[in-house]
Design a protein around this ligand. Structure first.
Ligand code: COA
Length: 171
């Protein structure tokens, strides 16, 4: 059973451990993702405190997600990244609860869209579709084109152009 809330400052040691463990051993090692979340959080032009969520399992921070500003062309658009769940808590709905909290909160802010780069087999269930088919072209850093996805809340205000990742994602 997961419960999601906005992350607090005193959650940050646990949040770092979530990403270190979740991404450890992969292409992006855990330490790289820990640096990424620290850099994003340190930049008030990128970080939105109300869109940084933890999923709790009792007193344990089991998962974390943040939604930060990137660009489509020259228009700021929020992107869900990174999303991580402690390995021993995976497969219990924490990732889904964090993704849904992100989608709901970004919609409620009145944003036209939310971007994600990840496995379409996972993110499709939250309403994400291929971004390039809607005119949002993948950035050079994308692992593969169909990984860049978008959930659209207001098509009339959806910017078109190339997705540009903020500096922490390009390091
Ligand atoms: C991906 C991740 C966030 C999912 O969190 P989770 O809490 O384990 O996921 P949930 O319990 O909500 O959902 C489990 C479902 O997702 C599927 N799933 C988990 N990881 C997946 C992946 N990388 N690709 C596709 N499907 C995946 C499971 O097969 C399961 O499917 P089912 O519901 O059909 O049985 C978590 O596994 C994780 O931290 N992985 C390492 C870091 C990572 O790759 N993050 C995503 C990229 S930013």
């Amino acid at each position: 059973m997961s419960s999601v809330r906005v992350a607090r400052d005193d959650d940050w040691p646990a949040i770092r451990e979530v990403h270190r463990a979740a991404f450890g051993g992969g292409r992006r090692t855990g330490d790289v993702v820990v640096s990424l979340v620290d850099e994003l959080r340190a930049d008030p032009a990128l970080y939105v405190p109300d869109l940084s969520f933890v999923s709790m399992s009792g007193d344990v921070v089991a998962g974390h997600v943040m939604n930060t500003w990137n660009l489509v062309g020259d228009v700021p658009v929020l992107q869900l990244s990174p999303l991580g769940v402690l390995p021993e808590h995976q497969g219990q709905g924490h990732g889904a609860a964090l993704a849904r909290a992100s989608v709901d909160a970004v919609r409620e802010r009145g944003e036209p869209a939310l971007i994600v780069e990840g496995n379409p087999a996972y993110y499709g269930r939250f309403g994400f579709v291929r971004a390039d088919e809607l005119g949002l072209l993948p950035p050079p850093e994308a692992l593969y084109d169909s990984a860049v996805q978008v959930v659209v809340f207001d098509e009339a205000r959806l910017p078109r152009g190339q997705v540009q990742y903020s500096a922490p994602f390009r390091r």
